[in-house]
Design a protein around this ligand. Sequence first.
Ligand code: AMP
Length: 573
Amino acid sequence: MSDTAAATSAPTSAAVAAARPLEDGFVPYPADVAARYRTGGAWTERSIAEAFHTVAASRPDHPAIVSEGVMLTFAELDLRTDRFAAGALALGLRPGDPVLLQVHNSALAVVTWYGLLKAGLVPVCTLALHRRHEIGEISRRTRAVAHLVDATPVRAGRGFDLVAFACKERDGHPSVRHVLTIGAGKREGTTPVENLGADIPADEARRAVEAVQADVRDDSIAVFQLSGGTTGVPKVIPRLQAEYWYNARLYAGRLGWDGSERVGYVGPVMHNAGIICGVHGPHTVGATAVLGTPDLTGITPLLVEQEATDIVLGPFAYDVATDPGLAQATALKRVVLSGKKIPAEAFDTLEARGVWSGQLFGMGEGLCITTPLDAPREVRATTIGVPLSPFDEIKVLDPGTENPTPPGQPGELCGLGPYTLRGYYDADDHNANAFTSDGFYRTGDLVAYRVIDGMGCYSVEGRIKDLINRGGEKINAEEVENLLVAHPDITDAAVVAMPDGRLGERAAAFLVGRRRLDITEIQAHLDGLGVSKYKWPERLEWLDEMPRASQVGKTDKKRLRAIVAETPRIDRP
Ligand code: AMP
């Protein structure tokens, strides 16, 4: 189906699906609460696009983004994104249309991001790693209208053709009409966007953006992020204009940034952490975002060459902290470690080099807890610190109850505040259990409240949600178990986290079946269902019977976790 054919066809199921308003399925902040956040100085910006434009206009010649040898100043990024927005609107995309993003880290990815926001379009932050299983579900739930894929050969290079994939996904899809591409050249039925709107005069592009932004409200949905840790298929998190920028402004403020920083980021940029810590965070204060890729050997050289002052390291990159080469990164002032408990060696080595080290607990759902600049060393080494906003409210509850646990005792971290979601998108059933009766979001993480050197702070003690944290990418155990038992020869499956020196955790599957499939057959089965590779179990154990923890038949995952932890092993095909 070509774009033209789609555009000229009479009312179709696509047009009907896309016509459903974005607000359908959205849980807003209560009006009185939103008013409090506005008057209290939290929600000060009306839109991300205009907030960025204001910063850009204040320091036009300063570098805004550096990535893979490309540097754009704030003026250049502002103009390119105005033009991108005007070009996107000229394609027939309309404000409020969700656009699936599968892009890699690059300056162009950031152009795309702000360009979409300036056009009032809603980026849907899927991963380049996602495949049919994930994209099919997310695109239908968000009623995405376009699918933007990055096919730059050097990055895509894993033999997977994202453009062909996106075109195939669009066929028969209820709402996706456009396949937009980066780095693919002109392919039939697709629209390359590297130079989108490049020939539109600057003032005309700005007027087009201003016309769209005039109708954007501070509590409109700006972005859809994906949840890392819920049951079943990934849940969609609506992030709103004012609160999303506020979240990033708070993060920059917590680290004392003033605009002179060069902030490195190497995880997937479209992750919530990528946007908050790697793009919006620096841009709220006019600092430079330095984007690299999650290639362990490339991180230290990036920091050295780009004279980065700051970086966030996810669990997959904690080894960088002890890399002797890091001594050459003389501009480096602060390292934030995030995603799992930090090894003492990483923390001590950085501090011994005179690099301030701290921790960040963050989640796509909003709530961020980080260690303040002036926090005592023990707070930074052993805890995640304190919430970002003075409006954040935290409860630590006995799991499954609404009873607070005493200080020092682990309980479920629950949060309510000006940048934490009020409901997953289009997920009423799930929302019924995801919040306390007074609206606190249940994170599924276990923390304890502690007071160290007079500072009240939180330490991570584990989690109750059933997921595997593979180098920062979350794998939902139940989702993979359901996919495994879809195989005719598998009758029961339990997926658990196996400790791993490099990634923190990997997925191991315990299986009961009619015959013992090997890892190649399991992978072929999951591949056939269109499941992203990072979710494929990396170790198999066949059992005659699944161990049960109770009379009601719940699988004894504690026992299974103990087995894989005792003898970690990766099964190679
Ligand atoms: P995501 O939404 O993908 O960013 O994942 C958020 C989840 O990552 C949290 O709910 C935690 O389970 C985990 N996480 C994030 N930061 C930390 C941290 N500093 N320590 C331990 N777990 C973390």
